[in-house]
Design a protein around this ligand. Structure first.
Ligand SMILES: [Mn+2]
Length: 504
């Protein structure tokens, strides 16, 4: 009985001391958050990590400022330990690229459809099978073909910052057709402001076609800007190939493009203009449709945004009224989207690595776009579709790629990783949509612990950065140290109380 009381006392004392420790931490944290870095005013958070909520919306984020706002912005934020934008001296002056003029008599000019004469129908069908699009039509079109200016009127006279960061374009391909790949490259060269396009990095993911070997390497040497061809040793999939390309990037912003795209007039400036305002903004152009049958350029709707269903398939949905209200009905204003299609987007290079780049455990294709979208929103970033930026993409009915091990297995595997790392208890919706999964889900739970921990750490970091303003980074280390100590302390208390039960 006496011993029981003594142990009860011991436990109480231990609990009390831990409480004292906790209070000491709180005092230290609050002391530092008030008067460190020369400013005693608590700073407003720069951006909201949550999907657009009209109450929390800061209208200044969406204004298209004419003067170079990043100069002021950089000074504002640099005292906080990390900067939301770039050092002004690292930015470049730019001029819009000249308009690509149509060549009379050439098929497909101005983005028009190409008609194949009936005498060549057999050949057309034969060539279609190679890439699942009308290769004969694509080969007839100039690599430099002209396009219509598809932008809304309100976009054409928008003024963007005088100084912008440079970008490197990363394009991954696997057995891509010559004409579509090089038209992607040429459209980017022709329609990007010269000073802003640092280089184009082509990553060959183990293609088997001869022309993509030496011939391609020789060809890119003749291009007016630096274009590099990197190769994966074996088939690695989109994610690992993109990571390989990203490593080589020397521009300030990474722009990922698909291998069968066409960039249109003024596509790049509005993307970079958002990133220069806040480098945690990840931006996508509107993805227009290049017909797989005729290569006609067809403008896509600016009234859709990215979502997903519970099978974790990416889906386009109509933009919510709430988001339209937030943009005050202006269809040219950046659109905050829950998820992105993933093929085409720009992201600040340092931010890309800060939030952990891609999940290397993902295979071939699928799910990585949702993973990146969830990661951006949960790590304090913003994901936007920029309606004034248009890039065309050849959409196909059928994938021409091979999926080692089967499509569904790979896509399920990738989706399970998304669910485990980013969806907390919401992952159950996913598992209940995919039949026969209890074992599967346990396997993934174990498999994903490492990635999940890094996800949690990132979320905590973002939470602290958000709730304590910019100072957070400087005492993130201090906080994690106390966290470790407290954790050890709690473990000791648990162990003591378990071995000496209070109610004997
Ligand atoms: Mn594609």
């Amino acid at each position: 009985m006496f011993h029981g009381k003594l142990r009860l006392h011991t436990c109480r004392i231990i609990l009390l001391t831990s409480l004292v420790w906790f209070l000491v931490d709180v005092v230290i944290l609050s002391f530092y958050s008030e008067c460190l870095g020369g400013s005693c005013k608590p700073k407003e958070p720069e951006s909201l990590a949550l999907v657009a909520d009209s109450k929390d919306y800061d209208p200044s984020l969406d204004e298209n400022k004419i003067e170079d706002p990043h100069v002021k912005r950089f000074k504002e934020t640099s005292s906080q330990g990390f900067s939301l934008t770039y050092e002004p001296s690292s930015l470049k002056k730019w001029r819009p690229a000249p308009v690509v003029l149509p060549v009379p008599g050439k098929p497909g000019e101005k983005g028009k459809a190409v008609r194949i004469p009936s005498s060549q129908e057999e050949l057309m069908k034969e060539k279609f099978k190679l890439n699942q699009f009308n290769l004969l039509a694509s080969d007839m079109i100039s690599l430099n073909r002209s396009l219509q200016d598809v932008r809304l009127e309100g976009c054409k006279n928008k003024v963007y910052p005088r100084l912008l960061p440079t970008t490197s374009i990363v394009v991954v391909f696997h057995n891509e057709a010559w004409s579509t790949l090089l038209r992607t490259v040429w459209s980017a060269i022709n329609r990007s402001p010269k000073n802003l396009l640092k280089e184009i990095i082509l990553v060959d993911d183990a293609s088997e076609r001869d022309y993509l070997g030496r011939k391609l390497e020789e060809y890119v040497k003749t291009l007016p800007i630096p274009v590099y061809v990197l190769r994966t040793e074996k088939r690695s999939g989109l994610i690992r190939a993109r990571l390989l390309g990203a490593k080589k990037v020397t521009g300030q912003v990474i722009t990922f493009l698909d291998a069968h795209c066409e960039c249109t007039e003024g596509w790049l400036e509005p993307l970079l203009a958002r990133i220069v305002e806040n480098r945690k903004t990840v931006v996508c152009p509107i993805i227009d449709v290049i017909s797989d049958e005729s290569f006609e350029y067809i403008t896509a709707s600016d009234m859709t945004w990215g979502g997903f269903n519970w099978k974790l398939n990416f889906r386009w949905y109509r933009v919510s009224q709430r988001e339209m209200d937030r943009r005050k009905g202006d269809r040219t204003a950046p659109l905050r989207t829950p998820t992105m299609a993933g093929g085409l987007f720009s992201i600040d290079k340092d931010y890309f690595y800060e939030i952990g780049s891609y999940d290397e455990g993902m295979d071939i294709w699928g799910g990585e776009n949702l993973e990146m979208s969830f990661r951006v929103w949960q790590c304090g970033g913003i994901l936007e579709i920029i309606p004034c930026s248009h890039v065309g993409h050849v959409f196909r009915d059928k994938s021409p790629y091979t999926f080692p091990g089967g499509v569904s297995k790979i896509v399920l595997h990738n989706a399970a990783r998304v669910a485990e790392v980013w969806m907390d208890e919401w992952k159950d919706f996913y598992y209940s949509m995919v039949p026969g999964l209890p074992l599967f889900s346990l396997g993934y739970w174990l498999f994903c612990q490492e990635r999940r921990i890094s996800g949690t750490v990132l979320k905590l970091q973002a939470f602290f950065a958000f709730s304590l303003g910019g100072l957070a980074k400087s005492y993130w280390d201090m906080w994690s140290l106390t966290f470790v100590f407290q954790n050890v302390y709690v473990r000791i208390i648990q162990a003591i109380c378990r071995h000496h039960p209070i109610n004997q």
